[in-house]
Design a protein. Structure first.
Length: 239
């Protein structure tokens, strides 16, 4: 009898380990999941789609317009006249609806296609931190830091505001108004609420960049900066 051992019948050389059956079965999900993650990252850090739900920004933006909002502009870099999207829950003292896990998932999916949260608003920045904003000047125009300003983005013949106000914008807050002044629940409508209608910089989602729908109105959204307005006065010590 030979001392050499022989392999058992039916044995085979070691082979490369195959992925488990479950992984192979769901491998097709890798591509869509990667794409979804990429979309979420772009939406969170670069640009966010947004649909216009009301007529408060007419005629600059109409109901049904689709826009892209840039997240690359810091609140400190905003200028008077910039059009922004923001979470109004704090500045406008809005009740945030409670959401279950399923509702949160559905809203996250809808947001990819431009459907914002119920507390997402779009308005134009009128007053920067420290600005003194008043309505109205003797000639009927809006007044910022003692200077009456022209607002080419409101409709011809429309008045800047039928409501009078005289406010100084606190630090890191913004006074915002819709272009359709007669149909915009903006900072004016929340003067008596906690927060005084002033939007915190941390709640600004981004600056409106371009309109991508409808195709006939494709292009950049006019920001209408109010370049002639002097800077806000520097507070004195103790103020």
């Amino acid at each position: 009898m030979s001392a050499d051992t022989t392999p058992e019948q039916g044995s085979s050389a070691p082979s490369r380990t195959s992925p488990p059956t479950g992984i192979r079965r769901h491998r097709w999900l890798l591509g869509p999941a990667t794409l979804l993650l990429l979309v979420i990252l772009v939406r969170t850090f670069l640009v966010t789609p947004f649909g216009i739900p009301s007529g408060s920004m007419q005629d600059t933006l109409l109901i049904g317009d689709r826009i892209l909002v840039s997240r690359l502009t810091a609140p400190a870099d905003l200028q008077r006249g910039d059009v922004v999207v923001f979470d109004a829950s704090q500045g406008f003292n809005l009740r945030v609806p409670e959401r279950g896990l399923f509702q949160t998932f559905v809203e996250a999916a809808q947001s990819i296609f431009g459907k914002g949260q119920p507390t997402d608003y779009i308005k134009r920045v009128i007053g920067l931190p420290g600005d003194h904003v008043k309505c109205c000047a003797p000639d009927g125009r809006l007044e910022i830091n003692g200077v009456a300003v022209d607002e080419p983005y409101i409709a011809p013949g429309a008045v800047p505001s039928t409501m009078t106000f005289d406010v100084t914008v606190p630090p890191d807050r913004f006074w915002v108004m819709g272009d359709n002044r007669g149909a915009s629940a903006d900072s004016r409508a929340h003067l008596g609420d906690p927060g005084g209608g002033m939007v915190p910089g941390e709640d600004i989602i981004g600056k409106v960049w371009v309109r991508y729908w409808p195709l006939g109105r494709l292009g950049y959204v006019d920001q209408g900066q109010l370049a002639s307005v002097p800077a806000a006065p520097v507070p004195r010590n103790g103020e």
